[in-house]
Design a protein around this ligand. Sequence first.
Ligand code: PRX
Length: 576
Amino acid sequence: MSGPTVIASPRDERFWADARAELEGLPHGGGLNIAHEAVDRHRADADATAIVAIDRQGRRTTLTYAELRRATNRFANLLESLGARASDTMFVLLPRRPELHVCVLGAMKARLVVSPLFPAFGPEPIRQRMALGHGRVLVTTASLYERRVAPIRASLTHLERVLVIREHDEELPAGTIDLSAALSRSSDRYEIAATRPSDPALLHFTSGTTGTPKGALHVHEAVVAHHSTATTVFGLQSGDVFWCTADPGWVTGMSYGVLAPLTVGATLVVDEADLDADRWYGILEREHVNVLYTAPTALRMLRKAGGDVASSHDLGALRTIASVGEPLDPATLAWATSTFRVPVLDTWWQTETGGIMIANRAGVEVRPGSMGTPLPGIEVAVLDSDDRGVPRQHDGHPVAAAVGETGQLALRAGWPSMFRAYLGEPERYARCFADGWYLTGDLARLDADGYVWFVGRCDDVIKSAGHLIGPNEVESVLLQHADVAEAGVIGVPDPVAGEIVKAFVVLRAGAPGGERTTRSILAHARRQLGAAIAPREIVITTTIPKTKSGKILRRLLRARELGLPEGDLSTLEPEV
Ligand code: PRX
């Protein structure tokens, strides 16, 4: 990179080699496997608790590292006995329960590629992702199967085996295998075959602006970053109790709700229920949680419940709170810091980065509103960019922006948990890189001390309660409704969820209109997309603003909605 280079953290060449050396590796030079580092290598502390699980009714179960090892061995053996092979893709559609951890880690032992699905997804997002990922195996519950998968099963041409958990002694759905019966017939001894650090391990879907979800592929070497960030960001050690509240259907819940804390021998808290302030405080207190990793939305909801709820609990074990996924606004940061009296640390990363890249850390000054500084081993630059975040070329190369200037946030390619492909889309993957820099799609600023300040996304993706939603994904489902002629979807600010999804629809001629139609479209969207992705509000309108090439002008929709100046329309022309 030439020109006025401003780099937050020069790369430490030795850092990742040293971080790799902290891990054990497979016996006899057999390579590196995430499940070995997360489970099998804890032989000396095999009786320590790996997972504390709390179900919806509040019942508590635990699993030691030795039990986790045996259970994952059984699952790996089961997969092999069913004919599953290394690099086959296994989808997981499960509630937050330890069975999920067992299936994910067992599949990694058998070297399958694991792809988690958010359990609130409706049939359409499931179908899309399983079709793109060529899912061969699916693990789910009998009731999720009946409601979400059975209606689309015929279209899932790659799907060979469906393993189901029967929660209430329901009948086994046709064409599925009873997981617990099959596991009981499998051996609890298993030896992980040689695994290359570059072998694929995880497939995470993330929404792009173009509608179809992108499948970001991660490899076993990612465990080097998981382990390293567990110690550098959270200061985690064996025996610590760590609670990541994110669902493993998203990358945060997988990297930090399953993998990273286990690699250091910590105890994971896994709560099946959704956010409820009383319940959360009860768990923090009873389980002696040392580190809580959550989202700003969740902290805002705790704030709504009032500080006195917090003070009625003994949270003496709590050492750190960290957040991710959306800006941690200074007001929430100040509230959480004074309420919990522990460091509250914003962290930044993405599905594509696989692990935390930029963070505040205990012992380092927190600047409210900033995401912190790059982690050791991570080199960051803010590139001189146009107002849509496209880096400007100087003699054919991108250059860094001046201190304080907004530009696209970029990371020097090559950290261990970097995604290695967008499934089936090599050109899209290649477009994410320029001159050895990975372009994040986020806009940011650097200050003179190397703190990174988040500005926004370069594109239109909606961020609601920590979920990234592609507008087209929603629009295409709205357009399936018989009364809808056109649809445009934007995110509008919301004090709790950050943004909520709002849809504008133009009705077909002759459609009845009115309250009943709106309700019917909303119900359709909820059925197809699930409540987390469906619009909260639908407005019936007469036109949707579009570019000449027919692309929806979401920025204009947003500007009108928020009463902002509509700006120069020529800058709103999308790339052709
Ligand atoms: O725009 C950034 C935002 O979330 C995006 C990544 O979303 P996803 O791939 O779903 O991964 C979620 C969690 C790792 C980023 O491109 N984002 C993430 N962390 C922050 C953030 N925005 C502001 N502040 C953060 N700390």
